[in-house]
Design a protein around this ligand. Structure first.
Ligand SMILES: C[S@@+](CC[C@H](N)C(=O)[O-])C[C@H]1O[C@@H](n2cnc3c(N)ncnc32)[C@H](O)[C@@H]1O
Length: 281
């Protein structure tokens, strides 16, 4: 994605907002992209399988213009969206409209304007948590989670075909195994989730690919997608599909004493195994 090179190159920042040119500058195309993504609900199924947030308090970090807030709000007790970019905060508030259980606040992952232990679920989708460098946000997410609460990070699988290959062309220094090791060391479980994007037509597909990749890579990707859809297009189908892989990283905050070696989530946000410093509820 085009936000990535800048995000990766500014790893030292600590407290910065990561520029997201796709949603910041091409919001209409990004809405088309969000509507095209995961049309078969594979990601939602994996998230719901990890935790049922019905009646719970949910936080969405880097919520953008709030695309995912209503979906959580349908069953959650409360949903808070956090977003640093002011115009998107406004748009997310507009999208949430009159939903009584949704609130959107301006803020960033590294300094959440929220109290300790206030959420059962913290979710972030293709926002801020991209691997090494996101430790301050991981610490904050852990702080605002209740014991037993779950952090869910959804990101594109840069090792997947073909979308990940196009990403790697724009990000030659990106290290997919290194990122996976990072989340593993931080105590996350990782699920790879194959999904399908579905565009209404070729124009929608091209508009989205052009906001995600450099011009040469977008051109290559568009040609490949056209080839992938050749047979259905020849049969008169206007819609176009694209396989896109995601990773869903999940980690549950311990509820009590952690027995050494007995918990998949036995590392705290600093990467220190929590079994080294047992916590009581
Ligand atoms: C690619 S967009 C994804 C938006 C939304 N999660 C979605 O799936 O539609 C990434 C979002 O992360 C936000 N962001 C950038 N830096 C951030 C930070 N330090 N903390 C929280 N969010 C951040 C951007 O402003 C942008 O809205």
């Amino acid at each position: 994605m085009r936000w990535f090179p800048r995000a990766v190159s500014s790893r030292r920042r600590g407290d910065e907002v990561l520029p997201s040119p796709n949603i910041w500058y091409y919001q209409k195309a990004y809405e088309v992209e969000n509507r095209a993504q995961d049309v078969d609900d594979e990601i939602w199924r994996v998230l719901a399988g990890c935790r049922d947030w019905s009646g719970e308090d949910v936080l969405d970090i880097g919520c953008g213009d709030g695309f995912h807030l209503p979906r959580f709000a349908a069953t959650a007790r409360s949903v808070i969206g956090i977003e640093p970019h002011e115009p998107l905060v406004r748009d997310a508030r507009n999208r949430a409209g009159e939903l009584p259980n949704v609130e959107v606040r301006q803020g960033r992952a590294q300094r959440l304007p929220l109290p300790d232990a206030a959420f059962d679920v913290v979710h972030a989708r293709t926002a801020y948590f991209f691997g090494p460098g996101c430790e301050p946000g991981l610490r904050e997410a852990e702080r605002v989670l209740r014991p037993g609460g779950t952090l869910m990070i959804v990101d594109l699988d840069v090792a997947s075909e073909p979308y990940g290959r196009w990403m790697r062309l724009d990000l030659p220094r990106y290290d997919p195994p290194g990122v996976e090791k990072f989340f593993d060391r931080q105590g996350f479980d990782c699920r790879k989730v194959p999904t399908r994007w579905l565009f209404e037509d070729a124009a929608a597909m091209e508009a989205v690919l052009k906001i995600e990749f450099s011009a040469p890579v977008a051109e290559k990707a568009i040609a490949e997608i056209r080839r992938l859809n050749e047979v259905s297009s020849a049969a008169g189908e206007k819609r176009m599909t694209l396989p896109v892989g995601y990773r869903v990283h999940t980690r549950t905050k311990p509820t009590g004493l952690v027995v050494p070696g007995h918990s998949a989530s036995s590392a705290d946000a600093s990467g220190v195994p929590s079994s080294a410093s047992p916590r009581m509820p």
